[in-house]
Ligand binder design. Structure first.
Ligand code: ADP
Ligand code: MG
Length: 702
């Protein structure tokens, strides 16, 4: 007997060869197979007349086979199967299939047939080349309906999948619906069986939409349950209440060399208010590159440290940590706080080395000062929150550029922040994360529901807009001449190379090295050109970046796999090669590497593509410097996947497609909240609990 758990390889209709392909698609059981949804549908739902009026349209026609013929072209090892059909209009239509002689076996003369495909005119005759077909008496599966198209892997066609899934659908009646009946009834959602039938073989567009809505809702409900649970779990902790010292903060702000933007004020206030609460803050500061997050972090740090508590600031790389150390020491220098830098670099030298010994001693000294509480503010890489670092009273952790930590690492960081060792016992530190990837609002509602969010959606007034230009091949030389002049006037330049399609590391190095060579020998023979690629050791990378910072290098060529998150106020031009290969948000991130000093800055988008679509997309970069606007556009153009970086988020496609659907998200959130209010552990919703458990295994959320 076949059940939902039956292995596909044990189904007699599925040969081992096919079972192996399905296995590669991670489809092992009947249940997996049924939950593999079509990614689009061909609309063959309306039967059209065989008529010259329908020429060049993709249609479904129905008629009687009046003639059939098979011919073989031996030289080309090809067979051509042909039929002629007619409907009431009595206009003959010829349908042709190459190398599918078996088609004719099922279509004897006089039988009635349905064909779906593009109707063309060949000479004087109506023609269809390789249409989908089916006997007209049969239930519409491949023609005459919305025909599901599955993502096909080599060796498997959508037609084959349809043929296999259809009889198995019956099994879906055994599936337990995780969405409680009461919610389904109230929101008028299909039960899981009906929804599955309609998603695979829709009776109409309306029913298909309803089925899709149901699955989008159920996935979103799981996402919301998960984020709300995370939130609740976080809020079950307690933290130290740090009283807002208005006088202190006012003084600090007044002495800044610039006036805070409205957004900076608002965000700072939200953070200071959070710090006063007995439950730990979990807030994301979301602001574009250059929107001034550091000073907001400084305000929060000052408030916490001035009450005698400790603060830790984490950056994704040592270079960035060092940069923060310098800028925060500068910002806070009037406040007699002990600020120190803690990184991991001592580990790289051998144990007998005297330099190491002194470094290690230094580190040990530092650790004991952290433990005694003598140090107020520790800045470093995530080495900070590892086992040997013990604090006296850590009350606030700030994680900068959190999007550069991998997704898994981020979840880990949040876990770790709960278990930092310090003398405080029962409380955990407040947590502020900062990201320079502007996240569109709908996305943050859907996915970052466990966090509070402060937006820095306003740039400091004194900023010069970065001038962005799309550079087609014929203007390349002109751009190089311009770069030469910029360098002669003392500026520096970044050149970013795209990730090589074939992402093997050797290929990447080869491409980067040869471009570096071309630029050094042919284009800028008199200049110093540095090279940064993914295979360099982190020490080597840091050395190259330091040279660039020290102006020993005029042009830094870097592959896009390398994070060049370093502040070079003297850099005034960034060139991005093959710009059309990047998402807008990513281009915007790169662009943010320049325009950080007083010089007018430029971003050149080199492209060899002249397709309308590519230039239209890049055009958005020329049009605006606003990161939120760009990310919103990117969301519409390329969907939400990119906001998770290259790491798979594990979010199902159908939920992905709906991450912009505010109404759906709000519904799901409200329902999730309702469920958890009455049943926090999902004890009364075992089906939902088990669906959530499965879901959690494949998904990573903040
Ligand atoms: P990011 O948000 O990318 O981390 P930073 O905090 O590094 O941005 O700030 C970028 C630059 O802008 C710094 O040089 C900082 O001193 C400056 N800055 C920050 N806020 C303001 C402001 N309100 N007015 C003028 N300059 C500012
Ligand atoms: Mg920053």
């Amino acid at each position: 007997m076949i059940t939902l758990q039956t292995q596909l390889k044990n189904i007699s209709k599925i040969t081992p060869k096919y079972a192996a392909i399905l296995e590669k698609m991670e489809l092992r059981t009947v249940e997996n197979f049924l939950l593999c949804f079509p990614f689009r549908y061909d609309d063959f739902s309306e039967i059209a007349e065989i008529s010259t009026r329908n020429i060049n349209k993709t249609v479904t026609v129905e008629g009687i086979v009046i003639k059939k013929k098979i011919s073989r072209i031996f030289r080309r090892k090809m067979t051509i199967a042909e039929i002629i059909i007619e409907d009431e209009n009595k206009i003959p239509l010829k349908a042709v299939w190459f190398n599918q002689p078996f088609v004719l076996e099922s279509l004897p003369e006089g039988s009635s047939v349905r064909l779906s495909g593009k109707l063309t005119l060949k000479g004087k005759h109506l023609n269809m080349s390789a249409p989908s077909w089916e006997r007209a008496g049969r239930e519409a599966t491949n023609t005459g309906c919305l025909v599901p198209i599955y993502s096909e892997t080599k060796g498997i066609t959508s037609k084959w999948i349809r043929w296999q899934i259809k009889p198995l659908l019956e099994m879906a009646k055994q599936m337990h619906d995780p969405i409680p009946y009461e919610i389904r009834a109230r929101l008028n959602l299909y039960d899981i069986y009906t929804a599955l039938v309609q998603i695979h073989f829709p009776d109409s567009k309306e029913k298909l939409l309803r089925a899709q809505k149901r699955f989008a809702f159920s996935e979103m409900l799981l996402i919301q349950l998960k984020t709300l649970q995370v939130k609740k779990q976080w809020e079950a902790n307690s933290s130290l209440q740090i009283k807002f010292n208005e006088k202190l903060i006012k003084e600090f702000v007044e002495k800044l060399p610039f006036k805070l933007t409205g957004a900076q004020r608002k965000a700072s206030f939200e953070i200071l208010k959070d710090l006063e609460k007995p439950i730990p803050m979990n807030r994301l500061l979301n602001g574009d590159v250059g929107s001034g997050k550091t000073v907001v972090a400084a305000i929060a740090s000052l408030q916490a440290a001035s009450t005698g508590l400790q603060v830790a600031i984490l950056a994704p790389t040592e270079v960035l940590a060092r940069q923060h150390y310098l800028s925060l020491s500068e910002l806070l220098k009037k406040h007699s706080l002990n600020v120190s830098l803690l990184t991991n670099s001592y580990r790289e030298i051998s144990a007998d080395n005297p330099i190491l010994k002194s470094k290690k001693t230094k580190r040990n000294e530092l650790l004991s000062k952290i433990k005694s509480g003598e140090i107020d503010l520790v800045i470093g890489t995530h080495a900070i929150i590892q086992k040997d670092v013990i604090f006296k009273n850590l009350a606030l952790i700030i994680i900068d550029e959190q999007h550069r930590f991998g997704v898994a690492q981020r979840a880990y960081l949040q876990q770790e922040t709960m278990s930092v060792k310090d003398g405080l016992g029962k409380t955990i530190p407040h947590l502020l994360t900062m990201t320079a990837t502007p996240i569109p609002r709908t996305l943050s509602i859907a996915l970052f529901g466990s966090l509070e969010i402060s937006l820095l959606d306003e740039m400091p007034k004194n900023r010069k807009e970065i001038i962005t230009k799309i550079i087609p091949p014929k203007l390349r030389q002109e751009a190089y001449d311009f770069i030469q002049k910029q360098i002669e006037s003392g500026r520096q330049v970044f050149i970013i190379l795209p990730l090589v399609e074939d992402s093997r590391i050797m290929t990447e190095i080869k491409a980067a090295t040869s471009e570096h060579q071309r630029l050094s020998e042919k284009v800028f023979p008199a200049l110093n050109i540095g090279l940064l690629h993914g295979k360099l050791k982190s020490k080597e990378k840091e050395a190259v970046m330091q040279d660039f910072k020290d102006k020993k290098i005029n042009i830094l060529v870097a592959t896009s796999v390398v994070e060049v998150g370093i502040d070079i106020p003297n850099a005034s031009v960034i060139v991005i090669e093959d710009a059309e290969r990047f998402g807008l948000s990513q281009l915007h991130q790169f662009r943010g590497r320049v325009g950080r000093g007083e010089h007018q800055s430029y971003c050149f988008l080199f492209t060899n593509s002249n397709t309308q679509k590519a230039t239209e997309r890049l055009q958005a970069m020329e049009d605006t410097n606003d990161g939120f606007e760009i990310s919103q556009k990117d969301l519409l153009l390329r969907g939400p996947g990119q906001f998770f970086g290259t790491l798979q988020s594990g979010i199902p496609d159908i939920a992905m497609q709906n991450l912009t659907n505010v109404k759906l998200i709000k519904f799901a959130r409200a329902e999730a909240q309702n469920i958890l209010d009455l049943d926090p552990k999902l004890k009364k919703h075992p089906l939902l609990a088990s669906a959530l458990k499965k879901f959690q295994e494949k998904i990573h959320l903040e």
